[in-house]
Design a binder for this molecule. Structure first.
Ligand code: SF4
Length: 212
């Protein structure tokens, strides 16, 4: 059984599959409290669903892409089995994870989209750096940046861990309403960083509504 906040079909708002129709399975609960979190409604509540029921709900949409997200999905141990069973169905499965819980047991067919939390998140002490060793070339690494300090910290991690050569995409996102997209884009171009700049497409279309 897994505690689930929502299962919905929408356009992927982030990552390298941005814009593609995707089923999202949002697991309830997260041990972190990022200062700028936009999914606080997933911290508690939710419904207990069997893995069979979750697979049934997903299959109703007949999707190509399925994203397991949260909250922090790996905080529920049964998430590992769900990921494998989704991959068994032939879906292209991705996992969005905070980087604070080990990804070593995640099914290798799953694309991991892992955060490294910069200082202004208030949670950078939770980064589990040994996770970087479990990232593969198909995976993606995300930095959500609130200010110049976060930017410089993120650049230092890219250099220290050779991140651009380790994953398919290093993603830089501005904290909504706090970090100017234009300024962040300018810094990336000025420094010729090998990163993919991204804005949250779903929020541009639908604002802060849950379930989209
Ligand atoms: S890890 Fe994700 S869900 Fe958890 S507090 Fe941070 S942004 Fe929110």
């Amino acid at each position: 059984m897994l505690r689930i906040t929502e299962i919905f079909y929408s356009l992927q708002g982030e990552t390298r599959t941005t814009g593609l129709p995707t089923v999202f399975v949002r697991l309830t609960g997260c041990p972190l409290r990022c200062r700028w979190c936009d999914t606080e409604y997933a911290f508690r509540g939710g419904d207990l669903l069997s893995i069979e029921a979750i697979l049934g709900r997903v299959s109703e949409y007949n999707p190509r892409y399925v994203t397991v997200t949260g909250g922090e999905p790996l905080a529920q141990k049964a998430c590992y089995g769900l990921l494998s069973l989704l991959a068994d169905q032939g879906y292209e499965v991705s996992l969005e994870t905070s980087g604070a819980i080990s990804i070593s047991e995640v099914d290798p067919r799953v694309v991991k989209v892992m955060d490294l939390k910069p200082p202004a998140s208030g949670e950078s002490h939770r980064n589990l750096y040994e996770n970087i060793g479990f990232l593969e070339k198909k995976d993606q690494l995300k930095f959500v940046i609130a200010d110049r300090g976060d930017y410089e910290w993120s650049v230092s991690k890219i250099i220290q861990y050779d991140l651009a050569n380790r994953v398919s995409d290093v993603l830089f996102s501005p904290v909504s309403g706090e970090m100017s997209a234009e300024i962040l884009a300018g810094w990336i171009l000025e420094d010729r960083l090998p990163v993919r700049f991204q804005l949250q497409l779903h929020r541009m279309i639908w604002g802060d509504l849950p379930g989209v």
